[in-house]
Design a protein around this ligand. Structure first.
Ligand code: NAD
Length: 434
């Protein structure tokens, strides 16, 4: 099929590459000229395991092309995916400016009937708005589909290639068949393609992210309670996770969730509730718990240093909001850095892949960034573990101890064994562990 994907970010680029991988002709479009220039040179603007190989292969084989030209994008394609950003507006609702701007351009440039697929995460009712925006501009028929994306950054290619399910929101039978054909190579093991109405498809995406965020905030509250009653949250976590009804995923306590999706989607669902005269009480609590959780270690750090951090130096291991990504949107590290700076501390940091993103965000003007995680801890008054990258899990503790000015670890992701690190001579603080 001739496809277009508009928006070449984490979702758009991965979708375009994976659709090309299954033999489609894909035009990947973005209004960001620099991004498209890089992609044409074979440079992938984001860090995503496995993406480089698949983009390179399909680009060289001529199935994947990059452009900033909207006219060419619309005219050459039968199915057009919209994968542009939907950032939170001031009131927390999803800002549809980019989505509707694209819909408007598609309408103006349509040269024959098209299927337009909305992959961006959008509030209920957006498919209708997109349809109206297109139909206002053209006489050609258009079918608008809601097809939310469930991939995770850090495993985006794998998630797209082997989805747990594909959700297609459309009430048109023929359109549903085209979408099923497009996705059938990805569900050969029998995972379902679910056809539903557009509104339910739109809501499914927010409900999925919100329940995952809820699990995290719930578990963080249990961890915070463990700290107060002397229980070990790691034991509690295993104890509840073994119950099949609960499961082990998304119950790892720590310093909160971040990223481009959970914070904004929780906010957006609260806003959808508000607009429909329903108070989303649980989600409001989920958000409040998470906002506090990001700096949960700070009182422990302050107490350790008798409320005086001025002139002290701290090293953060991990800047990205989670491992295997360079994405720092809403990362807990940013909050911790800001709090430490407010208290007069000097901050140093290491991250395996997010240093260039940190520089792009201007972080290098307020903290010191290190390519080597051991160099980053030299002469520091404490190590703060922010992101559970694999390479931080089994460090050389003797070396760490000899480099630190003060042998203390504040573990924001509970990755170390408290007994082991204490036996090695460290003071150790975690989240919900005695
Ligand atoms: P992103 O910011 O990485 O990429 C969006 C891209 O769209 C940018 O490159 C931007 O330049 C481009 N763009 C914006 N307006 C445009 C326009 N008018 N024409 C052409 N290009 C335009 O965003 P993302 O993380 O890929 O997210 C995209 C959507 O997918 C969001 O709604 C998000 O909530 C949703 N989503 C994201 C993830 C994720 O893990 N990142 C997962 C599932 C769903």
């Amino acid at each position: 099929m001739n496809l277009a994907v508009i928006g070449s970010g984490y979702v758009g680029l991965v979708a375009a590459a994976c659709f090309a991988e299954t033999g489609n002709q894909v035009l990947c479009m973005d209004k960001d000229n620099e991004k498209i220039k890089k992609l044409k040179k074979g440079i992938i603007p984001i860090y995503e395991p496995g993406l480089h190989e698949i983009v390179e292969r399909n680009f060289h084989q001529g199935r994947l092309q990059f452009t900033t030209n909207m006219k060419q994008t619309v005219e050459q394609s039968d199915v057009i995916f919209i994968a542009v950003g939907t950032p939170p507006d001031e009131d927390g609702s999803a800002d549809l400016t980019h989505v509707l701007e694209v819909a408007n351009s598609i309408g103006q440039l349509m040269n024959n009937p098209k299927i337009v697929v909305n992959k961006s995460t959008v509030p209920v009712g957006t498919a209708s708005k997109v349809r109206e925006a297109i139909q206002k501009e053209t006489k050609f028929p258009v079918a608008v589909v809601s097809n939310p994306e469930f991939l995770k950054e850090g495993a985006a290619v794998e998630d797209f290639m082997y989805p747990d399910r594909v959700v297609i929101g459309t009430s048109d039978k023929q359109t549903a068949e085209v979408m099923q054909e497009l996705y059938s190579p990805f569900v050969r093991t029998g995972n379902p393609i679910m056809i539903m109405d557009e509104i339910s498809a739109e809501l499914t995406k927010y409900a999925a992210n919100s329940i995952l965020a809820t699990k995290i905030s719930f578990m963080n509250e249990i961890a915070n309670l463990c700290d107060r009653v002397g229980a070990d949250v790691e034991k509690v976590r295993k104890g509840i996770g073994s119950d099949k009804r609960i499961g082990h995923s998304f119950i790892f306590p720590g310093v909160g969730y971040g990223g481009s999706c959970f914070p904004k989607d929780v906010k957006a669902l609260i806003s959808i509730g508000r607009k429909n005269h329903y108070d989303m009480r649980i989600l409001k609590a989920v958000e409040a718990v998470n906002n506090d959780q990001k700096i949960y270690l700070l009182p422990k750090i302050l107490k350790y240093y008798h409320n005086d951090l001025s002139g002290k130096t701290f090293t953060l291991w991990g800047l990205s909001f989670k491992p295997k990504t360079d994405d720092m949107r809403e990362a807990s590290s940013l909050e911790v850095i800001s709090e430490l700076k407010k208290h007069g501390a000097v901050v140093k940091a290491h991250d395996p892949v997010a240093l260039s993103e940190a520089r792009r965000l201007g972080l290098d003007s307020i903290i010191e960034l290190y390519e080597d995680n051991y160099e980053a801890v030299r002469d520091s008054d404490g190590l703060i573990l922010m992101t559970e990258w694999l390479e931080y899990r089994e460090p050389n503790f003797q070396r760490l101890k000899s480099l630190l000015r003060k042998a203390v670890i504040f573990d924001g992701r509970n990755i170390y064994n408290p007994d082991k690190v204490r036996t090695l001579g460290f003071d150790y603080f975690a989240v919900g562990r005695p």
